[in-house]
Design a protein around this ligand. Sequence first.
Ligand SMILES: Nc1nc2c(c(=O)[nH]1)N[C@H]1C(S)=C(S)[C@@H](COP(=O)(O)O)O[C@H]1N2
Ligand SMILES: [Mo]
Length: 231
Amino acid sequence: MAHEPGTPIGRRLFLGLLGLGAVGIATGSSISNALQRLAKNDPTGLSAILPGGGGWRYYQVNGYPKRSRSEYRLRVAGLVDTPLTLTYEDLTSLPPIKVTRDFQCVTGWRVLGVKWQGVLLRDVLDRAGVQPEGGAIRFTSFDGAYTESLTMKQARRDDVLVAYQLDGKNISTDHGGPVRLVVLPMYGYKNTKWLETIEVTRAVVPGYWEERGYEVDAWVGASNGRNDEPT
Ligand SMILES: Nc1nc2c(c(=O)[nH]1)N[C@H]1C(S)=C(S)[C@@H](COP(=O)(O)O)O[C@H]1N2
Ligand SMILES: [Mo]
């Protein structure tokens, strides 16, 4: 959560909330809840100054689905020699990879120095064995709505992870836990939260936002008409 219970709320932030008409306070729900709602649906950028918020927005197009680590399964399907159903422990027993990179949403917000831990998508693909005609990946989410895509060449990069930790902790439900995709060189929308299926396809099938106008190749600084500095 963006706001840790018990953290003092600064005067500047409090006045900011009043300015926004944070009715939660007036109607008696806790300030903490008001802050959390604000951080999740931030019209102002104010959540960037919340203690512990660090600039994150929480995005979801179809709610925040919850799945525990023990009930979690990742399916690897499509054009593979051996379709797989991996448990959380199957994933964490693959060689762990740690990376630190800024997280950049195409709408403009950025979180500096995010630490991820996970496994290479490539390692997962190699366990299943990609067939020669497999040219792309289609990702689905257990939110039942979100989809994404990568070319096989992109999917096999050293900076594309199936991630299970964020800043040293298990990835929270808000952030797409227990397992989400992390495509470090691309904009946030590639980073499918609540990852459920990795399907090898012949060609790219455009994902949720790609059907709504975002570029299929989502390189930070070189796509979607933006010029953010890659880091
Ligand atoms: N399942 C799912 N994954 C998603 C999204 C979403 O709405 N649903 N939003 C995407 C977008 S646009 C961004 S910027 C990041 C935001 O990650 P966060 O919610 O952890 O901040 O998640 C991406 N992955
Ligand atoms: Mo985004």
